[in-house]
Design a protein around this ligand. Sequence first.
Ligand code: UD1
Length: 439
Amino acid sequence: MDKLVINGQHALSGSIPIGGSKNTALPLMAASVLGDGTMTIKNVPNLRDVTTFAHVLRVAGARVQFDPAAHTLTVDAANITYPEAPYELVCKMRASFYMLGALIGRRGHARVSLPGGCSWGPRPVDLHLRGLEAFGAEIDLEQGYVVARAPGGRLDGGSFRMEPSSVGATINLLLAAVTAQGGCRIENAAREPDVVVFGKALQKMGAKIEGLGTETIEVEGTDRLYPVEFVNASDRIELGTFMIAAAIAGAPGEPIRLTGAEPDFLGEAFMNAFRRTGAHVEVGDSYVEVAAPEEIQSVSITTDVYPGFPTDLQAQWSVLLTQAQGRGRITDTVYTDRFKHIAELKRMNAYAMVQGDTATVRGGHPLKGAQVMSTDLRASVSLVLAGLVAEGETHVLRVYHLDRGYEDLEGKLTDVGAQIHRETYDESIGETGELPQEA
Ligand code: UD1
């Protein structure tokens, strides 16, 4: 297995390119199933989740080619012969569940494995299923699989209000709705940029959608969609992650420039909280420049749906709070149990505690390098950030979590002056290579 080894406290300066969005690329790949021909998606990041989703598409019969250097993916969906997403792939990556909407939209029926929970707790899909039923799908659960069909081959259409607003369910429902016979209405729809950009791709493919970016989305079904060329959005979570890196580890007086960015996609709440830390921020059309403040102010945040503070940036924010003056709180209202990283940060000498849906972090306790690991993507990157500011060496184990969502993280950080490299280790015989002693 791979780990990242970080030698901390090397100040960062320079420029980092932001890649294509993972959370938009995966729905775009699902959308390609709806087009009867070859779809081209540009600015696709070279990530493990992308290659996993390519397998999911191949299982259904698509021909997929990915040029990782050019970040271009083509999907020939002329023959979607096997409308199924197997357990082996869905259990690796929950986004495979988008195949449910995509296959109903293309073939009128689908058999897709139900995803289980997730490392930070339950992640239900009831809204996906109830929404599809509201649009006319017949749904059965068989041996862990959702078997869904549109009677007569196309959904009748209908109206569904989701509570709470869900990114995943909005995407799945749109995929199924665009080829319905009648109209479909989604109330309390997700307004995240991921959904808006994905919806624009569907529009380009010929879908009739109104209300993207608002709480009510209306779809008038069409007979068929056409493959197109589409440019994926820039990754807002990667942008936010590197902004935090710049605030805590940037060289004094030397701003770090993050290029290829879409700053509006971060949402007001993150930007406002970030400015309140004292970090100097300059926002351009396609870049953000961040200079580290002399002293970071502690700013408490609460995650919420867009334009609220993204749940995908709260773990990174907790590292920023370890470097701040005073005490700050992080409340996650979207995923209330998502605090696995706090226990690892405490192993690095952070002063923090979790109570219910809230973590409290007090600054002024210098982080110290340690071996750490986490069980999910954003928690893992927060440990890398911690390693950048910690005294001594930090070993972040199980890097495969990071490879799901950050392309060439160590390369990008090395280019701005971090001391970080990848090593292989064998977990079965202990991290040092020695056999563990019997108790
Ligand atoms: C969420 C984030 C998304 C992030 C992703 C991965 C939000 C609103 N969404 O998306 O930005 O990229 O995690 O970290 O911040 N829910 C149900 N029933 C369902 C579906 C969802 O009750 O069928 C609930 C969830 O438990 C959660 C809320 O709705 O509390 C939002 O979930 P949703 O947006 O679907 O989550 P993801 O699509 O995973």
